[in-house]
Design a protein around this ligand. Sequence first.
Ligand SMILES: Nc1ncnc2c1ncn2[C@@H]1O[C@H](COP(=O)(O)OP(=O)(O)OP(=O)(O)O)[C@@H](O)[C@H]1O
Ligand SMILES: [Mg+2]
Length: 260
Amino acid sequence: MMLEIAGLTRRYAGLVAVDGVDLAVAPGSVHAVIGPNGAGKTTLFNLISGVVAPSEGRIVLAGQDITALPAHARARLGMARTFQNIRIFAAMTVLENVLTGLHVRLRAGPLGIVARLPGFRREERAAAARARVALDMVGLGPRAEDRASALSYGDQRRLEIARAIAQDPRLLLLDEPAAGMNPAETEALGALVRRIRDLGTTVLLVEHDMGFVMDLSDRVTVLNFGRRIFEGTPHEVRGEPAVIEAYLGAKVAARLARRA
Ligand SMILES: Nc1ncnc2c1ncn2[C@@H]1O[C@H](COP(=O)(O)OP(=O)(O)OP(=O)(O)O)[C@@H](O)[C@H]1O
Ligand SMILES: [Mg+2]
């Protein structure tokens, strides 16, 4: 398996955000995690990427136990992610934003000695070349020198994906990549995710757009209140009463909250 999770739990005061979740992501697949708001999807991603430490459980990446490793070590082992709330540097150019994702391997030491070595320039050029390939792949090549703040919302989401794939990850985590996109952008995004998968990167994604999820995913895991309530093919998930109930329950709860 590309990713294996066993009994993963994260508690906050008075709340279990992720509750004993098991998950296995097959290499070369697109695997979706769905569930109503607050189900624990982003927390699960934060646990996998090492942003948040688990209260219990184990995370194994391509056979290696990474549970105790910090986020940057997981990145070095081939994990990259995007964020539900876009995290780009608005004042930097599009290209510079992608380069920030490559800094792990490029950063010079505190004395800056590395930066003065002849090999460093070469490495810097290689990073820029890589960043441009990633930008071309997401369709932002012509915008490389523009300020990131000049990009539309959908393009900013694509920029985040470019930054992640420039790192050449084995496993790519996408947290609501289609959020705020129009139907045409969402369709282009679907094609992009397929291309990324076809090039050998395993994709784990969280998404509320069900058409997008069902079209794209090999497997779907459903969370509700931090627990895994179902896992199956898109076809199996569609007809599963527990899943429908979880979504309906969430809708009714939201309506009641609005009334209160
Ligand atoms: N740092 C935190 N401290 C306390 N509670 C938190 C923290 N992070 C998340 N939670 C809670 O954990 C639960 C799961 O949150 P999470 O963000 O993982 O949900 P989600 O499935 O990503 O929801 P959405 O679809 O709205 O993005 C929520 O009840 C949330 O309020
Ligand atoms: Mg979330």
